[in-house]
Design a protein around this ligand. Structure first.
Ligand SMILES: NC(=O)c1ccc[n+]([C@@H]2O[C@H](COP(=O)([O-])OP(=O)(O)OC[C@H]3O[C@@H](n4cnc5c(N)ncnc54)[C@H](OP(=O)(O)O)[C@@H]3O)[C@@H](O)[C@H]2O)c1
Length: 301
């Protein structure tokens, strides 16, 4: 079941957003919209030279942008800790964290902890980052953590005894599994924050399908499938980021749902979709949480 709403991004003056992966694709579009609405954006990027170039381009546009560039490599837990420590040390307020960055359909590679790179980057890095920033978020204005999911979570198969994906590796399946982990994390975080009476809300949003650099390292066959699907289902990027911006700025946005742009081929409107399949498995969500805390040394809530 899904429910659509009419919505427009309001004035964000006085609010600070941390956006991961702000140097390209959806993260860049999210940053552009938030800055144009008066928000301050901390652009959390793995390549600061690229981040500065992008920031300068945004500033050169019509937007009067309050933008800071900070280094964050989600594949490296040391970098995640340094990023959070710097935010803490200089007292940067954080009202909203947008867990957006990601890699997709890449060849098998392992993190220092021995975790498959898509699970490590898309899920574990954000799991640790969220945990390390929760203290600052709790002091924020309408504080929220928005995790960017994907409809492909339905194809994920999470085997917590094989986080290295040693038994069988398919780049596309591993991407879908990392997105299932994003979904399970966002929903479990919501449950835990509500149970503890925290002011921070955990939301989950997805863009539908839009053209970005996400599949640049994908096998040619996967890129061809995506290109064909794309001719039918791709949306303009400004429509694709609307559900994420809605989740990040609208206190009435529902938690525990997958907020997307609505049905393909229809006008885009933030639409709260019901999660299905493994995403509703509370035991799996709790086990993913414990394993993630073990692997990162961070326990968010
Ligand atoms: N595009 C779609 O149709 C679609 C559909 C469903 C969900 N999504 C989700 O949308 C999110 C954004 O993807 P996108 O489509 O905008 O792809 P993208 O253009 O490739 O952007 C991904 C961003 O993540 C950053 N990133 C990658 N690895 C990182 C790391 N280790 N540490 C920090 N940042 C890292 C990239 O940095 P660089 O700028 O340095 O490359 C880039 O800015 C992802 O979570 C993806 O799963 C996308």
């Amino acid at each position: 079941m899904s429910r659509a709403v009419s919505w427009k991004l309001g004035d964000q003056t006085g609010r600070t957003f941390v956006v991961t992966g702000a140097s390209s694709g959806l993260g860049l579009a999210i940053t552009r919209h938030l800055a144009a609405a008066g928000g301050r954006v901390v652009m959390a990027v793995r390549d600061t030279a690229k981040g500065h170039r992008v920031r300068d381009l945004l500033r050169a546009g019509a937007v009067k942008a309050d933008l800071a560039v900070r280094r964050l490599d989600l594949f490296d837990l040391g970098s995640v800790r340094r990023f959070a420590a710097e935010i803490e040390a200089d007292g940067t307020p954080v009202d909203v964290l947008i867990n957006n960055a990601g890699i997709g359909t890449v060849p098998r590679r392992l993190s220092a902890e021995g975790v498959e790179s898509q699970l490590a980057t898309n899920h574990l890095g954000h799991f640790a980052l969220t945990g390390l920033l929760l203290g600052r978020l709790a002091a924020g204005i309408d504080p929220a953590v928005v995790t960017v999911g994907s409809s492909l979570y339905r194809l994920g198969r999470l085997d917590l005894d094989d986080v290295a994906a040693e038994r069988r590796y398919s780049p596309g399946r591993a991407y879908a599994t990392s997105k299932l982990a994003n979904v399970l994390f966002a929903v479990e975080l919501d449950r835990r924050l509500r149970a503890s009476g925290s002011p921070v809300r955990s939301l989950l949003a997805h863009p539908g399908m839009t053209r970005t650099a996400l599949d640049r390292d994908a096998p040619a066959s996967a890129r061809t499938v995506a290109a064909v699907m794309g001719t039918l289902f791709r949306r303009p990027i400004d429509d694709a980021v609307a559900p994420i911006l809605y989740a990040a700025t609208e206190p009435a946005a529902p938690t525990g749902r997958h907020i997307g742009p609505g049905r393909p081929l229809r006008r885009a409107r933030p639409t709260a979709e019901t999660l299905t399949g493994a995403a509703t498995d509370r035991d799996l969500a709790a086990r993913l949480w414990s394993r993630s805390a073990e692997l990162t040394g961070v326990d968010p809530a």
